[in-house]
Design a protein around this ligand. Structure first.
Ligand code: PMP
Length: 388
C-alpha cells in the first residue's frame, strides 16, 4: 500500500479542477503584475482599496518600530500586547458591543467560536452555502450538525423543530461566492422563536454595508440580542489580516477560556493590529469609498445585463457571473486574461457542481473606465467562445 498521490492529482486535472496559485509580483491593487504580466485585477477582496494605502502602510511601519515584528507567544502567555488590546477596544466600540476578541484569521475565529459554543448533545444549523471554515467548524464541534437550504426560513424552521440542547444557527452575512445577503431578519425571527442563538460571519459585509461600514447587522439595524455572536475578518475591506468576534462580556470570556484556536496559537504580529487601527478609522470616515463602490456595482450590473450574461442577486462588490461548466469558466477567464484582465474562475468543490463562475470583485479604487474595460472584454470573450 502506498499513497497514490499522482493519480489523485491527475484526476483533478482531468476534471478541470486543478488549482493554481498566480504569483503576484506587486502589492495588492487594481493594477498588478501576475506571473510576469501586467493585469487589471477584478479578483481581490480588498474592497475598499486599503491593503496598500500609504497611511495604513505607515501605521504598519510605526507598529513595527513600537512593538517589533513577532507576536512572540499566545495571548494567554505573553503575546497579548497593548496594540492588540487597543484594537479590541476600538472594534468593540465600532460594533457597539461590550467586547471584541482578536484572532489570527477568520478561519480560526469560526473554528474557535463554533467549537467553544456547542458540543455533544447540542445542535448547530448552518446555511448550506456557508464558508468552508464554518462548515468545518460544524463538523469538528461534535454537536448534531445540519445544513438548511440557502436563505430558506422554512427549511431552517424544520430543522429547529428537531434541534436538541443549545442550538446555534450560523450564517455568512454576505455569501462569499454568490455575493448575496443572508436574510438575517428572517433567520433571527426563526432562531428567537426556538430559543436558539444566531452567529453571523460578516467577513464580506464589514466596510461595505451599512452607513458606517458596520456590515450586515448595521444594514438591517439588528441588535446584539438578535445576533449575539458577530464575526468579522480583517483581511478583506480592512486591508490587513486577522479577525474578530464581537459580543457580550460573557461570550468573549467564554472564548478566551475555551476556544482552542485562540488559546493554542501565537498572537498575530502586533504591528498588524496597530495598522488595523488606522484602516478602521479610514473605513469609517472615508464614506466616499462605499459610495463609489455602489456606483461601480450599478454600472457593472447594468453592463452585464445588456450582454445577456447571468448575474447573481448581489448588491455587494462580489459580482459572480455563473457560466456552468468548469471548462467554460476557465476558457472565459483565459480569454479575459488575453485582454489584460484578471478574473478567477471559481469551480467545484468551492461552489456546487454545474455552477462554475467568474467571481468578479469590485474595489473602491477601480475607476468607471476600468469597469467599462472589463465589460468590453467580457463582450469580446463571450463572442470568441460562441464562435469557437
Ligand atoms: N469567512 C468567510 C465568509 C470568508 O470568505 C473567509 C475567507 N475568504 C473567511 C471566513 C476566512 O477568513 P480568513 O481569510 O481571515 O481566514
Amino acid at each position: 500500500m502506498s499513497f497514490n498521490l499522482s493519480s489523485r492529482l491527475a484526476e483533478r486535472r482531468a476534471a478541470h479542477l486543478y488549482r493554481q496559485r498566480p504569483l503576484l509580483q506587486t502589492p495588492q491593487g487594481v493594477e498588478v503584475q501576475v506571473d510576469g504580466e501586467r493585469l487589471l485585477s477584478f479578483c481581490s477582496n480588498d474592497y475598499l482599496g486599503l491593503a496598500n494605502d500609504p497611511r495604513v502602510n505607515d501605521a504598519f511601519v510605526e507598529g513595527v518600530q513600537r512593538w517589533g515584528t513577532g507576536g512572540g507567544a499566545s495571548h494567554l502567555v505573553t503575546g497579548h500586547s497593548g496594540a492588540h488590546h487597543a484594537l479590541e477596544e476600538a472594534l468593540a466600540e465600532f460594533t457597539g458591543r461590550p467586547r471584541a476578541l482578536l484572532l489570527s484569521s477568520g478561519y480560526m475565529a469560526n473554528m474557535g467560536t463554533v467549537t467553544a459554543l456547542v458540543g455533544q448533545g447540542d445542535t448547530v444549523l448552518q446555511d448550506r452555502l456557508n464558508h468552508a471554515s464554518l462548515l468545518d467548524a460544524g463538523l469538528l464541534a461534535g454537536a448534531r450538525f445540519s445544513r438548511y437550504l440557502h436563505n430558506d426560513a422554512d427549511s431552517l424552521r424544520g430543522r429547529l423543530g428537531k434541534a436538541q440542547g443549545n442550538t446555534l444557527v450560523v450564517t455568512d452575512g454576505v455569501f462569499s461566492m454568490d455575493g448575496d445577503l443572508a436574510d438575517l431578519p428572517a433567520v433571527c425571527a426563526e432562531a428567537s422563536g426556538a430559543g436558539a442563538w444566531v452567529m453571523v460571519d460578516d467577513a464580506h459585509g464589514f466596510g461595505c454595508l451599512g452607513d458606517q461600514g458596520g456590515g450586515i447587522v448595521e444594514h438591517y439595524g439588528l441588535s446584539m440580542e438578535q445576533v449575539p455572536v458577530l464575526v468579522g475578518t480583517l483581511g478583506k475591506a480592512f486591508g490587513t489580516a486577522g479577525a474578530f468576534v464581537a459580543g457580550s462580556e460573557e461570550l468573549i470570556e467564554t472564548l478566551i477560556q475555551f476556544a482552542r484556536p485562540y488559546i493554542y496559537t501565537t498572537s498575530q504580529p502586533p504591528a498588524v493590529a496597530h495598522a488595523t487601527l488606522t484602516s478602521l478609522h479610514l473605513l469609517r470616515e472615508e464614506r466616499w469609498r462605499r459610495e463609489h463602490l455602489a456606483a461601480l456595482i450599478r454600472r457593472f450590473r447594468t453592463g452585464v445585463d445588456a450582454l445577456g450574461l447571468e448575474l447573481m442577486d448581489s448588491p455587494t462588490p462580489i459580482q459572480p457571473i455563473v457560466v456552468g461548466s468548469s471548462e467554460r469558466a476557465l476558457a472565459l477567464s483565459a480569454a479575459l486574461r488575453q485582454r489584460g484582465i484578471l478574473v478567477t474562475a471559481i469551480r467545484p468543490p468551492t461552489v456546487p457542481k454545474g455552477t462554475a463562475r467568474l467571481r468578479v470583485t469590485l474595489s473602491a479604487t477601480h475607476t468607471e473606465q476600468q469597469v467599462d474595460r472589463l465589460l468590453e472584454a467580457l463582450a469580446q470573450a463571450q463572442q470568441e467562445l460562441i464562435h469557437e
